[in-house]
Design a protein. Sequence first.
Length: 312
Amino acid sequence: MSKACLREIQAQTYIELVRQGYEIMYLVSDSVSTSRIKLFQQAYPERVVNLGIAEMNLMGVAAGLANGGFIPITGNATPFLISRSNEQLKIDISYSNSNVKVNGMHAGFSYGTDGVTHHEVNDISIMRGFPNFEIYAPCDPRECAQITTYAITERVGPVYISLNSGLFPNLTASDHKFIPGEPTQLAVGNDITIIALGTAVHDVLEAQQLLGGRCQADIFAFTSVRPLNAAPLLESIRRTGRVLTVEQHSTHGGAGSLVAELMAENGTGSKLRRRGIPEGSFTKNWSAPDNKRYFQLDAVGIETAVMHMLVD
């Protein structure tokens, strides 16, 4: 099964969208390599602006370009993109409802051994605090292309897209149609509901293979954080009575928190276990696979969590 880099899928999508007439401007903070925007830059060098290591200025310029009728996109490593420019994201883009698209690269711990300063396990929780932003975490290349296209061609207003690094195969069907707000269901079962943020669903599907016939799960890729049609999730949760959330993100403010809020507000009475970076914890300065093993976010860790829930 062929695999692709989500960042490169975005670059290819932007090339096609400019050909269709969309006035895209891509802004980077000394992050041409990180954003993998080189393909787009080679095709349209005048549409890429490198503002240097100045993320706060980056967001201000993006808001100004949006006011001028362009569709600005900001791309950089997530910890720098949203942490250093927090105030500008809030005032210039969120409160102003600016038509800016914010791409957070290397989400989670996918930056590897460059240090925990380069890991970002709070981006969803931070962006959930900003009004007007739609928030997405695509699970595979096909969905990444569709979300990227939607953000430019249909959504007028701010969008945040959280992108994991690495190479990923398509999990969605060839006729899959991304619909904002709809969870992406990838497997059907009655034993447990598993909800995974973005690309974490790949590890969930590997765990399902390890489980074999011992468990049949409803598996959802949680790719549309806001907006969210919670009805399919709640129906599944009520039916199975058990929920496991999986994310390369803190258990604070991410998929696990959001699902817990939904369950409490709707009185499901189901059992919930959250797999992620424990609230209040840092990641480790290790590779992504080592971090996944340590925090039990790999297939073996997920399999173990499911089995514990089935016997509780």
